[in-house]
Every structure is written in structure tokens, then in C-alpha cells.
Design a protein around this ligand. Structure first.
Ligand SMILES: O=C(CO)COP(=O)(O)O
Length: 249
């Protein structure tokens, strides 16, 4: 069974609601395709205007984060029900920037994963090593731990619908894309890890993206790899180039 590609933009803390609507209007015709799922993961305040602007297009809207409690005294947080209420289908969880600047751990990512599934939101769970870890040769040990803990108590049926984004930290926003071989190797190992936790059928179904300085030039080769099912794109998702990335073939 061929997995459907999923190409997502992670806008990070860019684009005011006004700018967001302009960007969607620019990108809408450029990202039209029937061959892949196209997701714009945007800041919480942009979600509703982006959904309005994207109406009638193939663009799905995702969030960049979410809290794991249902509701209550958690100043500044966004709940899963707030996202589903406006039709959000995806949420990026455990991005390395959230792990680094907002103290997210494998355990909090796991809590968010379970909540996302409970509410029918597809998580895009990020993992990836630092340059130091790569140089020390512990890349896969580190990522396996992120995946194992992140998927704790997630059922095989849920895991089949999940998305994992492999994002080497040293490749994010640096212009230094991992080589195709490096990216394919780790994505293959992540799939093997899922097969160990669950079974072959789950490993075959789960979609694994590569992220880190993906651009229109590198996307075609990366996305042609057997274990890379698309990308999570930062900087280039804010430009017309995102249309070329989506229509990489
Ligand atoms: O972090 C990323 C996507 O989540 C990658 O960002 P860049 O594409 O800007 O390197």
C-alpha cells in the first residue's frame, strides 16, 4: 500500500492574521494538488482567518501546539476542544523549539499525543538529534527514546494515523539540509522502531516526514525516498516556493 504524501508548513511565530490571509491567498493556487495532503500549521490566532481564507481549497489547517488538559486555570494555553471546535485536524507536537525554549519533555509530548488522539486530531510528532549527538554517534538512541516515550499508551490503530517529523536540529533554519541518505536512513530507522513497538502493518501505515531547510531544490530527491512521506517545512513555507515543494514531482 502506497502511503499518501503529507507536506506541511510550520509557520512558527511569523505572520500576523492580516499577513496570514495575504499569504494564503498567494499560496492557494500554487499548492493545489490531488497527490498529497497539504497542511498549514499556523499560530493559534491565525487559525480562524486562515481557515476562512483557505475555504474551498485543498489546504488543511493545523496548530503548532496544544495543551494536554481539557480546560481550566492554564493561562495562555489552547485546549484540544478549542482546536476541534473550529475544525483543526492536525497539531505539531514536540517541535525542538518547544523542547528547547518551553521545556517540553518526552513525557509532556506523550500526554499531548494521547489528548490529540482522544479528540481526533492527527499529531505531527517531531523528533531529531542535535549536532553534538550526531557527532557522538547517539542519533538513533536519542530518537528511539523520543519515539518510544512519545507513543506510550498510543494504540496501534491510533499510531497508524499519526505523522512523525524527523527534524535534525542542526538542519533547522540553518540552510543545511540533511543529505538525502542521512534523512532516509533515520526515517527508515524510525519506521523500524515503530515496527518494534507495534507491528509491520503499523510501521507501513505511519507517515514520516523530513524537516530541516527543505526547499524547492532539495524536496524532489528527499520526497522520493522510500521512507520519507513528505516534509515539515519552515522558512520556505512562507514563500511562493512552497507551491514548488508541494508540487515537487
Ligand atoms: O523546523 C522546521 C519545520 O518544523 C524546519 O524549519 P526550516 O525549514 O526553516 O529549516
Amino acid at each position: 500500500m502506497a502511503r499518501r504524501k503529507i507536506i506541511a508548513g510550520n509557520w512558527k511565530m511569523n505572520m500576523t492574521p492580516t499577513e496570514a490571509v495575504e499569504l494564503v491567498n498567494t499560496l492557494k493556487p500554487l499548492v493545489a494538488t490531488e497527490d498529497a495532503d497539504v497542511v498549514f500549521c499556523v499560530p493559534a490566532i491565525d487559525i480562524i482567518p486562515v481557515m476562512e481564507a483557505a475555504k474551498g481549497s485543498n489546504i488543511e489547517v493545523g496548530a503548532e501546539n496544544m495543551y494536554y488538559e481539557e480546560k481550566g486555570a492554564y493561562t495562555g494555553e489552547i485546549s484540544p476542544a478549542m482546536l476541534t471546535d473550529v475544525g483543526v485536524k492536525y497539531v505539531v507536537l514536540g517541535h525542538s523549539e518547544r523542547r528547547e525554549y518551553f521545556a517540553e519533555t518526552n513525557e509532556t509530548v506523550n500526554k499531548k499525543m494521547l489528548k490529540a488522539f482522544e479528540h481526533g486530531i492527527t499529531p505531527i510528532m517531531c523528533c531529531g538529534e542535535s549536532l553534538e549527538q550526531r557527532e557522538q554517534g547517539v542519533t538513533m538512541d536519542f530518537i528511539r527514546q523520543q519515539v518510544k516515550v512519545g507513543f506510550q499508551n498510543v494504540t496501534a490503530e491510533q499510531a497508524k494515523t499519526a505523522v512523525i517529523a524527523y527534524e535534525p536540529i542542526w538542519a533547522i533554519g540553518t540552510g543545511k539540509t540533511a543529505t538525502t541518505e542521512q534523512a532516509q536512513e533515520v526515517c527508515k530507522d524510525i519506521r523500524a522502531c515503530i515496527a518494534e513497538i507495534y507491528d509491520e502493518a503499523t510501521a507501513e501505515a505511519i507517515r514520516i516526514q523530513y524537516g530541516g531547510s527543505v526547499n524547492a531544490a532539495t524536496a524532489p530527491e528527499l520526497f522520493a525516498q522510500p521512507d520519507i512521506d513528505g516534509g515539515l517545512v519552515g522558512g520556505a513555507a512562507l514563500k511562493p516556493d512552497f507551491g514548488k515543494i508541494v508540487n515537487y514531482k
